[in-house]
Structures are given as C-alpha cells and as structure tokens.
Ligand binder design. Structure first.
Ligand SMILES: Cc1cc2nc3c(=O)[nH]c(=O)nc-3n(C[C@H](O)[C@H](O)[C@H](O)COP(=O)(O)O)c2cc1C
Length: 341
C-alpha cells in the first residue's frame, strides 16, 4: 500500500448491527483510512493536540481519559474536563474518552459529556493501571465481562453521536476479545480501537497484530489498529497484513509527529538524522511555547515537556534528551534546544 492509498477510498461493508441512533456516523469520511492520534494521559492535552493539528492534522483526535466520578451523581466529570469538551478542534473530530465503572455512573457521565458538546464518545477498556482496585476501571473491566453486557448497550442507547471502545486483546487471555465482539456488534458500537497486548502484559513485549488481523476477519465493525507503529513502513505493513480500517498512533507520533505525513507519503519515509534533529528542535520549541500559554508556572511547563521527552524513546537522540531533562528552567531548556540545532 502506498502513502497515496491512505487518502483514497476503500470498500467496507456496513456493520450489520442495529444502531440505536440513526444519526450515528463514523467520525471519518466513509471509505477513508483514518490516522488517529492516540489518547495519552499527561501528554495529549489541548496544547499538544493543537500542535499536531497545525503540523500534521491527524484525521481524528482523542482527549486524554476523563475519570468518571463513581459517587458524585451531580458531578460525574470534573469542571476542567467539561471545559475540554468540544465536537471538534480546528475542524478535526475530537473523541471524548471516559474511564470509570458502574452502569449508572458511566451513562450519566456520557450524558454530561454530550450536554457539554461531545459528538464522539469512547470507553476506555484498556488502561492497565489501577486494575487491582475494586473499581475495575479501564482494562480492569475485562475482568468482569458480564458487567459489560449491560454497560455497552446502555451507553449505546444514551449516546446520540458515535460510540466506540478502545481495548486490549484481553485481560490475561489474548483471545478474550473474540468473545466480546458479538456484544459490540449487537449493541451497535461504531468502531473499535484495538491495542493487541493483554492488560496483564502492560507494555511488555510487542503488540501482537496477528490478533488484529484475526479480529478484522471476525467482525464487520471497523477495527482501528494500535500499538508499536514507529515508522511509516510499520504502519503500511500493518494495514496490509491486517486489513484494519485505520491506524492509531501513540508513542511513535510523540517521538516523530511527522509520522502522520510519512504515512501519507507527504514527508520522507526514512528521514536522515539531520532532518530529524531539526524537526525535534522545532517541535520542542513549539511545544514549550504552547505549554507556556496553557499551564501556569515554569515548573508545570517544564514538567509537561519533560513528560513528552520521557515518551520519546528514540535511541538516536538519547544524549540530547538526557541533557534536556536536566534543565531546571525554561531558559536552560531553550538553551539546550539551541545546542541541538
Ligand atoms: C503515557 C501514556 C498515557 C496513555 N494514556 C492513555 C489514555 O488516557 N487512554 C487510553 O486509552 N490509552 C492511553 N494510553 C495507551 C495509548 O493510547 C496506546 O494504546 C498505547 O500507547 C499503544 O500504542 P503505541 O504503541 O502507538 O504507543 C497511554 C499510553 C501512554 C504511553
């Protein structure tokens, strides 16, 4: 598959599932192969999303997960999260991701998100942290799949826009996803995002995209493939081998935002080191500037930008990252950036 193919139409059978809401449509143009920016708590805030919109314009954006308050019925989502909610940013659809537990809490949070303007809602069934708590949120929900039998259809009924799920392949059994597909299809979930590691695996090993390909074969729902896409070649191979409807880019895009353009054939597929250096410098400058406008105080800005550096596990720039992480002020950080370029 070439980069140009990514922006061309490809045939897809419509899901046979009943949709509770007739107005429900996919957040991307039918037949296109969307490239999504993954939700990443602590990273993909409004400022970073704006940077990505300006530089590479992902086809779909996600919020960081929004925690659903299990006890305060009148305030399921925080005021800060509610302020974050819009149907789209710069014309790019924004999917609001919820994480929580309890049927009533999740449904009322989805309604609150909708009232605040969400057009697209996603349920997190993948986060591996906090899974031992009694709440069983995120990936922990896969420990109690029987609870999902009520939660998924009720959420579908409540959500008038698109409703999707983002999940691991299973809690400990990578084959668990296959037992959940009839539930997602029957309820009328619009699409699924699959990160094919188990919850117990956390981030160890590699994503097993053999599972992605098998899931694509087993369902008519659009499957978005996620996990370990670091280069354009990785992404293309994955689309070809799995037949996935689209890709979601996480750590690979944080390390190299131009990965979106490389996949589209609009930036060199294998950039040279000098080109990557210049890109890194410009990207981090831009980020510091945007964080300066969003966050209060130098420490917060530095903390956030260092969080991005921590996620960039590119061995080529190990030395530079180490030096940048030592900066104690924004001034020192920018001086280090100047040494890069
Ligand atoms: C720092 C960090 C924060 C994350 N936060 C979220 C989140 O809020 N919601 C979510 O569904 N997944 C979250 N994830 C998982 C990613 O969305 C993605 O599924 C995972 O990193 C695998 O994709 P990748 O290999 O492209 O990074 C997070 C991952 C990282 C590394």
């Amino acid at each position: 598959m070439t980069g140009a193919d990514l922006s061309q139409h490809h045939e897809r059978r419509p899901p046979a599932a009943f949709h509770a809401s007739d107005s429900s449509t996919l957040p991307w143009q039918s037949g296109k192969t969307p490239l999504m920016l993954a939700p990443m708590q602590g990273l993909t805030n409004r400022a970073l999303r704006a940077l990505f919109i300006q530089r590479v314009r992902p086809d779909i954006l996600f919020t960081e997960f929004m925690r659903v308050n299990p006890v305060a019925a009148a305030r399921r989502l925080s005021a800060g999260d509610l302020r974050e909610i819009v149907p789209s940013e710069g014309g790019v659809p924004l999917v609001v991701q919820l994480i929580g537990h309890g049927l009533e809490a999740l449904v009322s949070a989805a309604l609150a998100a909708q009232d605040a303007g969400a057009a697209h809602v996603n349920l997190n069934l993948g986060c591996p942290y906090g899974r031992m708590t009694t709440g069983l949120t995120g990936g922990g929900m896969l420990r109690r799949p029987e609870l999902l039998k009520a939660i998924i259809p009720e959420l579908r009924r409540a959500i008038t826009g698109t409703f999707s799920v983002k999940l691991r392949s299973g809690y400990e059994d990578p084959g668990q996803i296959f037992s959940l597909l009839p539930l997602f299809e029957g309820a009328g979930v619009d699409f699924i995002v699959l990160h094919p590691r188990t919850v117990l695996q956390e981030y160890a090993g590699m994503a097993d995209h053999g599972v992605t390909a098998a899931v694509v074969r087993a369902t008519q729902l659009p499957v978005i493939a996620n996990g370990d896409i670091r280069t354009a070649a990785d992404g293309r191979r994955l689309l070809e081998d799995s037949g996935a409807a689209g890709l979601m880019l996480g750590r690979g895009a944080i390390a190299d935002p131009l990965l979106f353009q490389r996949l589209r054939g609009l930036a060199p597929e294998e950039p040279g080191r000098e080109e990557r250096r210049a890109e890194l410098r410009q990207y981090l400058y831009d980020l510091v500037e945007r964080y300066g406008k969003l966050f209060c105080g130098e420490n917060q800005v530095l903390g956030k930008v260092k969080g991005v550096l921590t996620t960039m596990d590119d061995p080529d720039f190990e030395k530079e990252r180490k030096r940048l992480k030592k900066a104690r002020t924004v001034g020192e950080f920018c001086a280090e950036l100047d040494r890069i370029g």
